[in-house]
Write a protein that binds this ligand. Structure first.
Ligand SMILES: O=P(O)(O)OC[C@H]1O[C@](O)(COP(=O)(O)O)[C@@H](O)[C@@H]1O
Ligand SMILES: [Mg+2]
Ligand SMILES: [Mg+2]
Length: 333
């Protein structure tokens, strides 16, 4: 079988669909290279002394793990010299990081969650990287935070890497979703999952059930109905999974279907959810929609939300069409 590397795939994609400008292709290659370096650190774990706390906090008041900081630095360094970016924003940085004057600049804006699911690092469960690419407003060579605040429907590319039993990279440019597996010996990403599709129906859901008492009535109703199984109104038995790494949950849903939820809850009424819109909600919503699934905040399509802040939170319901439409309908009822 002839193997299709990421580089070959990107060049063919450019030729066939014309949807992939050369500078975007190079940007994706740079991010993919950075993810390979992050995979290397994650996979080495204790052998490289990268487990445990960094002893610092991020802008959102969360304690940073060593690997949160390492992954952030790897992405910054790789992309600073890539020549295709105006600025980068990250979960781990309060403000956007502009490309310094002496470095080559480009027209794109890159956002990332350098290490998603960090609570799983020290227990050897899958973690990942999530990224989203926007175009800077035309002619703007010094992008500011304001320039990042575009709805997710304007993303030109999005993807995630999952560092697990296999390291995988999943990408979309708005022409379907493609998955690559890292060949660790050769160091190359190889196309293994062309045209990934989320099955329309499912019997599997993912939610942190320990938050049940804080949920809003539509979410309680939906979960109660699923828990009632074949004796309840939905007429089927459901299974539940909760990895606590959004990348791992979304990857499972892309492979075998399911519905993932992190709803708004009453613990902090000022926040519309736990997950971050710009570098968790939007890229995952773009990927899921491109794979035939649905992604909403319970009320509207995530990709239609007009962001107001770089680290804004969002409620997330995503995955198999039938289930996401059902729970979204309950919010509207
Ligand atoms: O610990 P909880 O409340 O179940 O939250 C788990 C969620 O938090 C996250 O870990 C947030 O990501 P970070 O590790 O990047 O902060 C999601 O990946 C996951 O879905
Ligand atoms: Mg995250
Ligand atoms: Mg993170």
């Amino acid at each position: 079988m002839s193997r299709i590397s990421l580089s070959r795939f990107l060049i063919e994609e450019q030729r066939q669909h014309g949807a992939l400008p050369p500078d975007l292709r190079l940007l994706i290659e740079t991010v993919a290279r950075a993810c390979k370096a992050i995979a290397h650190s994650v996979n080495k774990g204790a052998l490289a002394g990268v487990l445990g706390e960094a002893g610092t906090g991020n802008v959102q008041g969360e304690a940073q793990k060593k690997l949160d900081v390492i992954a952030n630095d790897i992405l910054l360094e790789a992309n600073e010299w890539g020549g295709n970016l105006g600025a980068m924003a990250s979960e781990e940085m309060e403000l956007p990081h502009s490309i310094p004057d002496h470095m080559p600049r480009g027209r794109y804006l890159l956002m990332f969650d350098p290490l998603d699911g960090s609570s799983n690092i020290d227990v050897n469960i899958s973690v990942g990287t999530i990224f989203s690419v926007l175009e800077a407003p035309e002619g703007n060579t010094q992008p500011t935070e304001q320039d990042f605040l575009q709805p997710g429907s304007r993303q030109v590319a999005a993807g995630y890497a999952v560092y697990g039993p296999q390291n995988m990279l999943v990408l979309t440019f708005g022409q379907g979703v493609y998955g690559f597996t890292l060949d660790r010996e050769l160091g190359s990403w190889v196309l293994t999952n062309p045209r990934m599709q989320v099955p329309e129906t499912t019997k599997e859901f993912a939610i942190n059930m320990s938050n049940m008492r804080h949920w809003e009535p539509p979410v309680r109703r939906y979960i109660d109905e699923m828990l009632a199984g074949s004796e309840g109104p939905l007429g089927k038995d459901y299974n539940m999974r909760w990895v606590a790494s959004m990348v791992a949950e979304v990857h499972r849903i892309l492979v075998r279907g399911g519905v993932f939820m992190y709803p708004k809850d009453a613990r902090d009424p000022s926040k519309p959810g736990k997950l971050r819109l710009m570098y968790e909600g939007n890229p995952m919503a773009f990927i899921v929609e491109q794979a035939g699934g649905v992604a909403t905040n319970g009320h509207q399509r995530i990709l239609d939300i007009q962001p107001t802040g770089l680290h804004e939170r969002v409620a997330v319901f995503l995955g198999s069409r039938e289930e996401v439409e059902r729970v979204t309908g309950y919010h509207k009822a």
